[in-house]
Design a protein around this ligand. Structure first.
Ligand SMILES: C[S@@+](CC[C@H](N)C(=O)[O-])C[C@H]1O[C@@H](n2cnc3c(N)ncnc32)[C@H](O)[C@@H]1O
Length: 255
């Protein structure tokens, strides 16, 4: 990586990088970074492989809407679950479809397998791909590599679970291979998030991010900043769940 100018943080970030949609998710600490990244690189097309309750996806949709970007976003999931996330009921999709309504003019839910969704997306069009599906080494490798033809020359790819070393997860191993060939860095909170600069012609904003992540002080500052913002999001999630539990307790008492 080449050191370059460091990122300028806006003091209003803590207010603007606040995901509003807070369902249960192992991704919770990455929402502010995902929002920041979307607004910094203004991706023309975003694809997410693995959406489940929609936390990561709607964080990115919120960022698109808040910034008035022209991006198109696609969430791909069977909304049936898998042997890692667990299998779940159709209600999950119904709730996600409702949450998608404010974003319908740019966001499409593709309820199908990842391989079945390939014809829906133009070759070379995806500026931001998020891979968060099954987490075995072969799974993540296959999911990502089958989508490579869809990536643009400025593509960034996010990989969740780069910090999980047990339970048969193999993202960390694949991530280590990828970063031998491509520039990337990872956050450690919320099971880890790898940020891979895959395309050869990265945007100016991405180049600044690469520069920041290339020095020990720069990457520390970057991680600390988003750990702090992610912690704030987690606290809001915990608070919201507590309020929901109290409200349903009183409803049961009344009925
Ligand atoms: C870990 S969850 C996604 C979590 C989500 N990104 C979040 O923010 O919490 C993985 C999802 O991938 C979906 N999935 C796994 N393999 C799939 C495949 N081959 N095709 C479509 N969906 C798949 C599952 O249905 C599950 O909802």
């Amino acid at each position: 990586m080449n050191a370059g100018p460091t990122l300028k943080w806006n003091e209003g970030d803590a207010q603007s990088l606040r995901p509003k949609y807070l369902p249960r998710s192992a991704w919770i600490g990455h929402g502010p970074f995902a929002m920041w990244l979307v607004q910094a690189i203004a991706p023309r097309v975003i694809v997410e492989l693995g959406t489940h309750n929609g936390y990561s996806y709607f964080s990115m949709c919120q960022a698109i809407k808040d910034a008035g970007l022209q991006s198109k976003a696609y969430a791909v999931d069977t909304w049936q679950g898998d042997d890692h996330a667990g299998f779940y009921s159709d209600q999950v999709y119904q709730v996600v479809a409702l949450a998608n309504q404010p974003y319908e003019n740019f966001s499409t839910l593709l309820r199908k397998r990842f391989d079945q969704a390939l014809p829906d997306i133009a070759a070379g069009s995806v500026d931001l791909l998020h891979v968060d599906s099954r987490h075995g080494y072969e799974d993540v490798k296959e999911d990502f590599e089958s989508w490579i033809p869809k990536l643009s020359d400025r593509a960034i790819v996010l990989f969740h679970d780069t910090e999980v070393l047990d339970r048969g997860f193999g993202v960390y191993k694949y991530w280590a291979e990828l970063t031998k060939k491509h520039t990337g860095f990872a956050f450690r909170q919320s099971h880890g998030l790898g940020v891979l600069f895959f395309g050869a012609n990265q945007t100016d904003a991405a180049k600044v991010l690469i520069g920041q992540a290339s020095t020990p002080e720069g990457i520390d500052q970057l991680r600390q900043r988003f750990v702090k913002l992610g912690r704030g999001t987690r606290l809001r999630y915990v608070g919201q769940r507590a309020i929901q539990r109290i409200a349903s307790f009183f409803q049961v008492q009344r009925s």
